[in-house]
Design a protein around this ligand. Structure first.
Ligand code: BES
Ligand code: MN
Ligand code: ZN
Length: 491
């Protein structure tokens, strides 16, 4: 979808959408009297602006069509409602075959964030709901298509702040859509070396640099977690290192890490077929890192950002690591591998230890790490753990605004005993069926330098959707890229 902001007088199109609060008595671009007539018609269909409801209105002998979508009660407002309503309106417009859609903004949004915030959320809802993954199939004959053109129609002359907000939302959604594409890509088409190749395309002179550490580099650095997890595959593992430098002197340095298991068969501790069929999504953390750096090629931040994506395919080939093996990770800590399916923490251990040496002001990792997190929090809420309570609080609050939910789990010191090993410093599993998400978090914590504030996001449940919901399609969701960007922006 091509997005453009235009002034009210320039809008002549056939299909428009408007988002309205419950009980509203006006519609954008219309006189009160005209709006009243329209809303009376909508009410006959049962539409009064309720949350989750849409209605279709016709004017000019049916030549012009207006989709109205409800925002619910003004007093209950949250930005997420704008996204959901916009997504509903988009789907209606799609079904009508709209090629060009005008998003009619009200005079004043009457909500926190003002008109720019309102417009940005609406554009997000539409761009994210209009996503399709069609790389490997033909369109079905009856399949609707999102409009090619989205015109954001300002009430008067568009203010620069409005244009800026829409432009930023558009770029953000492009990055999210890219992350979704990567997650949806078949596993054999995104092996670590292919991902590294893609990473190189994200380099932007003067902004984003990309470096890839391959076998020899990983051996030299002692990144044996990445090497051993990748050892059971014909596809060699690697570590992608992105770096963004702001124009001025950076205020802060952040390291962002994403688990990049391009396919998780479980390794020798092989998964049952039913647990394996979605495991191409096991690089969703890395996909968020890729999406972030795609975005940083176009949008400015005041902080220096390093992105690390440890990439490996977890397979049970002849070279595969075996239960009982011991890994010496970057930095020297040793781990007894008792389950080769707990591989994410092994690749992350190297990245966290290595990232710590950059002495960042914040280190954050994102990983489809534990099935236990899906059991605890389901597919709408990600787990968050870490050592920097103020930033965790900020992330949870930002998640409320972005519509990506997070819930904090504790990291009690006493549970570290679950990781005790008889032969190495720690083992890669906790107690069976006991606090699996926390045990994984505590495992990661072992590799974070004491002085580095650190957050861990477990996105096992949220990075992938079995079926579509609101503006999230089935398949890769792009979570948690929007919240990550909001967090970095606020530093
Ligand atoms: N990639 C999986 C976790 C996962 C499960 C992600 C479901 C998305 C959906 C991870 O590598 C894994 O297999 N974890 C094991 C750990 C266990 C062996 C300690 C798990 O959660 O069962
Ligand atoms: Mn696994
Ligand atoms: Zn995994």
């Amino acid at each position: 979808m091509n997005v453009e902001v235009i002034g009210g007088r320039q809008w002549r199109g056939k299909f428009a959408a408007a988002l309205v609060f419950e009980g509203a008595d006006s519609l954008p671009g219309m006189s009160r009297a005209e709006a009243k007539r329209f809303l009376a018609v909508a009410e006959e269909e049962g539409f009064r602006g309720q949350k989750g409801k849409t209605a279709l209105l016709r004017s000019n002998q049916g030549r012009r069509r207006l989709v109205v979508a409800g925002l619910g009660k003004r007093a209950e407002f949250e930005p997420e409602r704008v996204r959901v309503a916009a997504a509903g309106a988009l789907k209606q417009a799609e079904a009508l075959g709209a090629v060009e859609l005008g998003l009619l903004l009200p005079e004043a949004s009457g909500v926190p964030g003002g008109l720019p915030g309102f417009a940005a959320a609406a554009v997000e809802g539409m761009l994210l709901a209009g996503y399709r993954y069609t790389e490997h199939r033909k369109a079905k004959p009856d399949e609707s298509r999102p409009p090619a053109e989205l015109k954001v129609v300002a009430p008067g002359k568009p203010a620069p702040a409005l244009a800026r907000a829409v432009d930023e939302a558009t770029k953000l959604c492009e990055a999210v859509r890219y992350a979704r594409d990567l997650v949806n890509e078949p596993p054999s088409r995104k092996a670590p070396e292919m991902m590294a190749e893609l990473a190189n395309w994200l380099a932007k002179p003067g902004r984003v640099t990309v470096e890839v550490l391959r076998k020899d580099d990983l051996v030299r650095e002692g990144m044996n977690g990445i090497l051993r997890v990748g050892a059971g595959s014909h596809e060699p593992p690697c570590l992608v290192h992105f770096r963004y430098r702001p124009k001025g002197a950076p205020k802060k340095k952040v390291v962002v890490i994403g688990k990049g298991i391009t396919f998780d068969s479980g390794g020798l501790c092989i998964k049952p077929a039913t647990g394996m069929d979605t495991m191409k999504c096991d690089m969703a953390g890395a996909a968020a890192v890729f999406g972030l750096f795609r975005l940083l090629g176009h949008l400015d931040l005041a902080v220096e950002v390093h992105g690390l994506a440890p990439l490996a395919e977890n397979m049970p080939g002849g070279g595969a690591q075996k239960p009982g093996d011991v890994i010496r990770h970057y930095g020297g800590k040793t781990v007894e591998v008792l389950n080769t399916d707990a591989e994410g923490r092994l690749v992350l251990a190297d990245a966290l230890a290595w990232g710590s040496t950059l002495k960042p002001d914040l280190m954050l990792d994102m990983a489809t790490l534990t099935g236990a997190c899906v059991i605890a929090l389901g597919d709408e809420v990600s787990g968050v753990m870490g050592t920097d309570q103020a930033t965790i609080d900020k992330l949870v609050e930002l998640g409320r605004q972005t519509g990506e939910s997070f819930w904090q789990l504790p990291l009690p010191d006493s549970y570290r005993s679950h990781l005790k090993s008889k032969v190495a410093d720690i083992k890669n599993t906790g107690k069976p069926r006991v606090a699996g998400t926390i045990a994984a978090g505590l495992f990661l914590k072992e590799f974070v330098a004491d002085k580095v504030p650190w957050l861990h996001l477990d996105i096992a449940g949220t990075a992938w959707n079995d079926s579509a919901r609101d503006y999230l399609p089935a398949g890769g969701t792009g979570v948690p890229l929007r919240t990550l960007f909001a967090l970095l922006r606020g530093l």
